[in-house]
Write a protein that binds this ligand. Structure first.
Ligand code: AMP
Length: 249
């Protein structure tokens, strides 16, 4: 069984984003970039399926600038077998990413594609669903648990108000939620080994996909600053204040 794992290079989740002064976007100059956290979970899940003997090959793919190669090396160090970089300096929107992934799915024929549920930079939560539509494959989104047996995958999904379990016929598309697993750190020997694992260089044109933007960002602004808190002397004063605000009965 082959698993394709798309991994996106995004602003590190520990970094507090700074909005550019002209309000056109987030300032990425000299900012730490890392693998999208949900994609780390996707890589981890693929590796666990390989360790269980369910999967035989894990292919990581990233669409982005040349430095996305570092993100792919991280996936290789965690345990992916080979990688594909689809290099472009354009900011690629989910539809274009999904079209490129569809072309790669046609070429590679993976039994599973495991994506993150969303990229923490654009928060789109669209690519996996679009890929499922473009490929006509069943989708199990927001996976909290994944079990593969024979030609079916059972996915427990995090939905509003609880969990939902669905059974999908393979080949299928899965997107990961936060509680699916805890991704491993790559060990130093594996980081060294990852340097010699195969990494193919491609462009969107190789897959016949035009990455020109369809969406226009009108304005990006900082969230409003939180106003200062108030110190209360004791619980009685706290309860009185909450009551006066209509928060407590
Ligand atoms: P989004 O729909 O942008 O929130 O992204 C959802 C998921 O799609 C991510 O967690 C990745 O698995 C995948 N993805 C999105 N953009 C890219 C990209 N440029 N390269 C590789 N994977 C991507």
């Amino acid at each position: 069984m082959k698993i394709l794992v798309p991994v996106k290079r995004v602003i590190d989740y520990n970094v507090k984003p700074r909005v550019k002064l002209d309000g056109t976007g987030v300032d990425l100059a000299n900012v730490k970039m890392s693998m999208n956290p949900f994609d780390e979970i996707a890589v981890e899940e693929a590796i666990r399926l390989k360790e269980k003997g369910v999967a035989t090959e894990i292919v990581a793919v990233s669409i982005g600038v040349a430095k996305a190669q570092e993100t792919l090396r991280t996936a290789l160090a965690m345990g992916a077998d080979r990688a594909i970089l689809v290099q472009t300096d354009d900011e690629v929107e989910p539809l274009a990413v999904a079209k490129i992934l569809k072309a790669i799915v046609d070429e590679e024929q993976p039994d599973l594609v495991i994506l993150g549920k969303q990229a923490i930079d654009d928060d789109s939560n669209q690519t996996g669903q679009m890929l499922a539509a473009l490929t006509g494959r069943p989708q199990g989104t927001f996976a909290n648990k994944l079990e593969v047996e024979g030609d079916a995958a059972t996915v427990t999904r995090e939905v509003d108000g609880g969990l939902e379990t669905v059974k999908l016929a393979l080949p299928a598309i899965i997107t990961t939620d936060l509680r699916l697993n805890e991704p491993r750190y790559a060990s130093l020997p594996n980081i060294m080994k990852a340097k010699s694992k195969p990494l193919a260089n491609k462009t969107p044109a190789d897959y016949g996909v035009d990455t020109a933007a369809r969406l226009q960002t009108l304005k990006v602004s900082e969230p409003p600053k939180r106003s200062a808190g108030v110190k209360v002397a004791d619980v009685d004063e706290l309860v009185a204040k909450l009551k006066s605000m209509g928060v407590a009965a």
